[in-house]
Design a protein around this ligand. Structure first.
Ligand code: DQA
Length: 144
């Protein structure tokens, strides 16, 4: 059976290409999904992709990954990275290998972006690689 990975994106990631292109690039959310799908095909794995602007919906999706027997999670929690104990607890609950992705180089940005709750549960963090960070994360998980 093919391995299954969840690719989860938080608030405003649906605005890629429109929002602050100098930080997040000019490619759209659809382009991001296309590129991760191409990587999944190349690696021979299945993916579920999901984006929500709502914290509880993201918690539900993380739990779904567990109940569907996923092999890992790639997550860009976006602004919830810096605030959400609920997302941290959800990831910890699943015990699934998780890679935290940020399109921008968050460590070089504002002080309020320097806290990441999700980092406490993620086994790897990829920042500042644009949308290719998602494919790198998937490749890391698939090759584990
Ligand atoms: C982000 C960085 C976060 O600080 C920000 O709130 C986002 C996107 C990134 O991908 O670089 O929405 O997660």
């Amino acid at each position: 059976m093919k391995k299954l990975y969840y690719i989860i994106n938080g608030p405003n990631i649906n605005m890629l290409g429109i929002r602050e292109p100098e930080l997040y690039g000019s490619e759209s959310y659809d382009a991001l999904i296309e590129s991760v799908k191409a990587t999944a095909d190349r690696l021979g794995v299945d993916i579920v992709t999901y984006q929500s602007n709502h914290e509880g919906d993201l918690v539900d999706k993380i739990q779904e990954a567990y109940f569907k027997g996923a092999n890992g999670i790639v997550i860009n929690p976006a602004a919830y990275t810096h605030t959400s104990i609920a997302l941290l607890d959800a990831i910890k609950s699943t015990r699934l290998p998780t890679v935290e992705v940020h399109i921008s180089k968050v460590e070089e940005r504002e002080d309020f972006r320097q806290i990441s709750y999700v980092s406490l549960a993620a086994e790897k963090r990829i920042t500042g690689h644009g949308i290719s960070g998602y494919s790198e994360a998937l490749e890391y998980l698939a090759n584990k």
